[in-house]
Design a protein. Sequence first.
Length: 349
Amino acid sequence: MDLNERKLKILQAIIHDFVTTAEPVGSRTLSKKYELGVSPATIRNEMSDLEDMGYLTHPHTSAGRVPSQKAYRLYVNDLMSKYEIPQAEKNAIADELYSNITELDQTIEHAAKILSDITNLTSFAMTPKKDQDVLKFINLLPVDEKTIVLMIVSESGKVSNMTLKLRQGYDEESLSVLSKNMTYAYKGKTISEALTLDIVDTVHNDVSAMNTLKNSVMPSFMKTLEDMLNVNLYMDGLTNIFSIPEYNDIDRAKMFMELIDKKEDFTKTLIQRDDGLLITIGTENDDESMKECSMITATYHVDGKLVGKLGVIGPTRMKYSEISSVIEFLTDNLSNAYRLTGGDDDDDY
């Protein structure tokens, strides 16, 4: 049985109507709302053929039909046209993204919130893998007589701070010596390289500074570097599912919340996904608990090297074209947002 032009036109109308209304679609509805050029009886026959071909399913409680996973895949691959975001909306999204720029991680987290607000779905953003992130400078800032703050800044814009309690007092000149020596030694090194480098013996011109470095600073410095390697996952719009008809079923809503709650497993799933824009529908997702969900992700690049992911997860009934365009627009703008954080500014070290 051929999937001819008429069948494709009817199937596209069914997908559009169901995505918009969340109600099973009947032939009478299609005849009234869409200019298909055929009678309701012909539409019924074509819908029956589409069901036999696996593109439609027939809910027990309704005379209408709903698209199957196979139909959504056909739509995404062959029928979906690229949604052009209106310029006014692009401006509003960009203004919102740039309005809350601090360091890179906060900007990425804010992007997830923007995506959730626009799509009314559960969104997520994963920070880059940082094993190849390059250190930019290290600073030791005085707080009180035995407390300092260790600040590590990488070229990706990642800023990590740790408060250190020293065993003995210090002077600001020693802190300055340590800061400059550490920056000189570690600047331009990746985090992975820095973790294998020991500079204690190089600070031989200042015994007091060397002792402070060896006893108080280096253990915390190494711990902070290890923490910087961790991938962070930000999620937003977790409660949006309660406004989605598919999740009126308590068991289905519970399964979704349990899926999202397992952040470590969810992060591993994201890491394993291919780069670029990727749409997975239903059983195409490896995780069994995602068999009734669709996920759309896109990758973003920072400084041309580090890569993270931004996306949404929700029911298979979603506006694939619109959501894909918004995600791509946000990921394209994340690098621009990063540059505004000051990550490319020269420092004094």
